[in-house]
Design a protein around this ligand. Structure first.
Ligand code: C2E
Ligand code: MG
Ligand code: MG
Length: 313
């Protein structure tokens, strides 16, 4: 008896090799905004895949890990991200599997060719034991002028030891902390305390996922120097400008009692706020509609004397 062979469906780990070979990925950029000057400090590159099954960055990297090509994928993303960001400082997400494969420290990696500051974001969700193995590689990167950033602090894996061990130049507060901040005085105390701790350790603080004016005011009050979120700009290609929203009439740094806070105003309720860079926009409250050219060495100096140099070698 002949057994007919059924065609097998390609698995995600098979598809991923085609995705890389055919460069079926692109990058969108989201501004990281200086909350004091209201200007763009840098852009974060976020990968997008044209293949529907791998549209989510997390699914894409899961497939790459399964296909043992996370290093290759990361390298391709960095190439595209550096090529299209222009003269701006750049935040790049790094999957822990990329550190295993030592791709990132190859001398011809695009991060070393970028003429502005580069920050490599490492998520706090990765076991610290893994980082112990990667310490020498991370030190090497720092020594070559690349900054480290801890991503998603407060996302549920909270381990403040990362901040002490990794010597990050930047700590990014997860959106979860930002949403819980509004109207919650205990959370406000917690986040303000985390910000002080980060600053004492020489790290700049970025609040992620700011969607409302109340969240923007709260993170500023809590001391975060930088912010990112749909309220200011969605991730887009080409790197989008920001529109600074009209805030309440109080002083910029007064700490408001959470009980007196008004109901949330969502980003989508702000007229014209989420339009793309080419759409008509209200001039009201507009602070910076075009990203200023960033300057080399624009990263503020650390307070700590133990801080590594922020200049590239
Ligand atoms: P992440 O690095 O923490 O990136 C922030 C995520 O939040 C992005 O989702 C972004 O689009 C989204 N976001 C930005 N502002 C807001 C906001 O105001 N509200 C809400 N609700 N979300 C906001 P995305 O692009 O789907 O990426 C998800 C995660 O996938 C990233 O989290 C990062 O961990 C990973 N990822 C994305 N791109 C890359 C990449 O190029 N390489 C690696 N290794 N990981 C990546
Ligand atoms: Mg990130
Ligand atoms: Mg994050």
């Amino acid at each position: 008896m002949r057994i007919s062979k059924r065609p097998t469906l390609p698995t995600a780990s098979t598809i991923i090799h085609r995705v890389i070979a055919q460069r079926q990925v692109s990058v969108v950029y989201q501004p990281v905004v200086d909350l004091r000057t209201k200007r763009i400090f840098a852009y974060e590159a976020l990968v997008r895949c044209q293949v529907p099954e791998l549209a989510s960055p997390l699914a894409l990297f899961d497939a790459a890990v399964a296909g043992e090509c996370a290093g290759e994928l990361g390298r391709l993303i960095r190439e595209i991200a550096v090529e299209n960001v222009g003269s701006h400082a750049l935040f790049l997400n790094i999957h822990p599997a990329e550190l295993n494969e030592r791709w990132i420290v190859q001398p011809d990696d695009p991060v070393f060719a970028h003429d502005r500051d580069v920050f490599l974001e490492i998520t706090e969700g990765v076991p610290l034991s893994h980082f112990a193995l990667c310490q020498s590689m991370l030190r090497e990167l720092r020594g070559r002028g690349v900054h480290l950033a801890v991503d998603d602090l407060g996302a549920g894996y909270s381990n403040l030891k990362y901040i002490a061990d990794l010597h990050p130049r930047v700590v990014k507060l997860d959106r979860k902390l930002v949403t819980d901040l509004v109207g919650n005085s205990r959370m406000f105390s917690l986040v303000s305390g985390i910000v002080v701790l980060c600053k004492d350790l020489g790290a700049l603080v970025v609040a992620e996922g700011i969607e409302t004016t109340e969240e923007l005011e709260a993170v500023r009050d809590a001391g975060a120097q930088y912010g990112q979120g749909y309220l200011l700009a969605r991730p887009e290609f080409p790197p989008p400008p920001i529109i600074w929203p009209v805030l309440g009439k109080r002083g910029p740094h007064s700490i408001r009692s959470p009980r007196s806070m008004p109901p949330k105003q969502s980003a989508s309720n702000l007229s014209g706020r989420l339009s793309g860079p080419t759409s008509a926009r209200s001039e009201a409250g507009r602070a910076s509609s075009r990203p200023p050219p960033s300057r080399r060495g624009s990263v503020p100096a650390r307070r700590s004397s133990r801080a590594p140099s922020t200049r590239k070698k």
